[in-house]
Design a protein around this ligand. Sequence first.
Ligand SMILES: [Zn+2]
Length: 399
Amino acid sequence: MFTALTKNGQTISLLTTSRACFPSHYPPPYYCPACSQNVILKKGTKRRWHFAHQRSSFCSHQAEPETEEHLAGKSILYQWLEEKGLSPSVEACISSIRRTADVLFTWKNNTYALEFQCSSISSEETLQRTRDYYSAGITPIWIFSACRLRKMEGSRYAIHSFEWTGLRERRKDLRSAFIYLSPESSSFYYLFPRALPVDSAVFGDLYTMPITHTPIEHLIYLPNTLNGPLTWAANWIKQKKNWRFQTNQWRGKPDKTYMRQIFAKHRSDLPFFPPEAGWPSLSMEAFQTSSYIWQSWIMLCFLPNIPLYQCFSFRTICNEIDSLILNHIFIIRELPSISSPIEKAVFSYLELLERIGILKNTGAGWKKVKNMYLPISLEDAFMMDKKWSNIIFYKGIMN
Ligand SMILES: [Zn+2]
């Protein structure tokens, strides 16, 4: 860390104090501002100067030794905000919630805590920290180290479960993104998920911007972007094929067990899910339950109860989904910085159904304009998937 207390209780920061002042102006000992234990000034050559706890001590605010990457990130974020004329504080102790924010600053009457996260931690930890900040009236912004950006084939990125906590939304169009920082290249990266094929990965668009060119608004509201090409469309079809042809994938899963009973009533089974289900839709990350499962529920349980050319309200469908969530049949993902994620996911799927001619948004509600049928064979189903894929991905339905 960069800050410590002197014997007189004065706070000193290595980001604002000249090195020449050590030790003449500020002789040791130094103390941790959070836990008051002794800390040592490390005049590193590989790592920048910082204060460190003694190996034997335990500080709840700093569980692990600090890496150069973490120090560099905090320093860059601090300087960036300082140059914007804000008065950031590094390693700010917020005593009411017993947390230390990496960088804390106030902008347009709102206080923000930047958490620069390099190592993997549990989602319980990130969620608790996030809730603590919100409870203190502070908006947390998670910024992950760019080393955490793991690109696989295509535009597929691996996402660690705790990273979901950091997803932020762009209010004006309900898109969302993860924010990353590379201290090495002094750049921010924004990963906008487009689709979730599996629990641990997204297809997404990545944008980068040097920190010197980045306005503060980009961190708070996210930058404006144009969607990248749908290079992953073919991979999505592969994923649909997996859902149909992989056997026993539903064992022990409450959402799949429940849906199998529904399919059984139709003398069918999960692999024969409707070809109109299992498509990417905005905010689909709200569900941990696979898209083909909850979208099949809409196609098989909800819509058949609506007579053709009759309307239903958005609230009705949301209430039914909420009760499935309350009964732990559909599993959701906690996204503490996204407003109404489930509603958004359901709404954008209904919009997709409108674009493929099954529903119509009348303004007052949604009207069913077409009945649908379950495929009778896997070949039949997969052929329909390919047909819909051509329409959804290549005829401008997904943009
Ligand atoms: Zn401490």
